[in-house]
Write a protein that binds this ligand. Sequence first.
Ligand SMILES: C[S@@+](CC[C@H](N)C(=O)[O-])C[C@H]1O[C@@H](n2cnc3c(N)ncnc32)[C@H](O)[C@@H]1O
Length: 418
Amino acid sequence: MFFEKKVERFLEELGQKAQLPLRVELWNGRFIELSPHATVTLRINDPAAARYFLHPTLAKLGEAYVEGHVDVEGPLKDIISAAEGLSRRTDATGQGRLPLWRWAHSRRMDRKAIQYHYDVSNDFYALWLDRHMVYSCAYFKTGEEDIHTAQEQKLDHICRKLRLQPGDKFLDIGCGWGGLIRWAAKHYGVDATGITLSRNQYEYASKRIEEEGLSGRCRVLLQDYRDVPGEAVFDKIASVGMFEHVGLKNLPLYFGVIHRLLKPGGIVLNHGITAADPDNRWAPWGGGEFIEKYVFPHGELPHLSLAIREMSAQRLEVADVETLRLHYAKTLWHWAERLEQNRLRAAALAGEKRLRIWRVYLAGCAHAFEQGWVTIQQVLAFKPARAGESPLPWTRAYMYAPARDAEAAQPSEAMRLA
Ligand SMILES: C[S@@+](CC[C@H](N)C(=O)[O-])C[C@H]1O[C@@H](n2cnc3c(N)ncnc32)[C@H](O)[C@@H]1O
């Protein structure tokens, strides 16, 4: 009883101090209005759940919702802003924690983490991803495009940056449901191989490769990046939304594998989320803890400077960096809204708890990118062949060539000193 009163008082005080667009409905039917213009209703279902609100963080609030102790109604953006507002009351600075320990990232540990996130249900992912099932930041040219167009633009952007040519041996590390390998084989005439640790993705991608008549020049393997054999096998390598799973400890190993697999003069594009914090701190206000516990177990984000350092240490020469932070905020809002529109079906396919996790995660990450708590870059690099040569042209014009198939036929000249 004392506890319940304490929570009621805490929430009332909060209402006076913080202007949050929030109406709280308590387990006893009482309402506490935190603003005269509330757009979000938070229902606390039982007094025991009040413990989440004494020192709220994004992790605790997310957990209260995922475990069914609270329900929430209102526009997604307002819900996430209100959650941040509550967390700011607990900790004004919100500084994320330092990665004091580092996960071992053994093959077994990584496989289990990947299965947890990706082997949910292909139909569940199909409800809110685009028609190619691309599960990474899209590329917008106006910001008005739908998610299907923006993802196709992203696939082209990557293929052009890599200067894919007919006959190139192309590897996509962490290929997901195979969107990029199918696109590259179909439109750029490459021989494409994708690897993934998710059986669901492997089965889905294999089926679509066959259905689209790409067998023979496009394949997917169920394989860990550490186990791809050979040396100087590929002309071009992409890794898109995958290196977040590698772990800080294994970055030298990961970039070392890429260096081993690339032919001299070969090009790699590493597209991945990075920590905004230069010391690789987790996302603030408990956001990182929620992701670790419920979404991407053992994911770790390096700051861009560390990513570039580790690439360079493995003798990959960094040529170009593009930040896509707001592109990812927009992509995530698209996914979150599409999931909202399909909530009933999503719960039927993946279960109510998973739906709740994904609602928090998609809207929460959209907010995190919007606020600059995390960011994302495409880093283009190459394995130098000879001094005085680069496989890339003098200008960036090649990245924006108008027609993919025409460009593939007429590549621009690579840089070379006479
Ligand atoms: C966020 S998804 C991105 C998928 C795809 N690149 C896309 O853009 O749609 C991450 C991918 O990385 C793969 N992955 C993670 N760790 C891996 C590892 N150790 N070896 C191979 N693939 C891995 C997962 O299986 C998954 O396919």
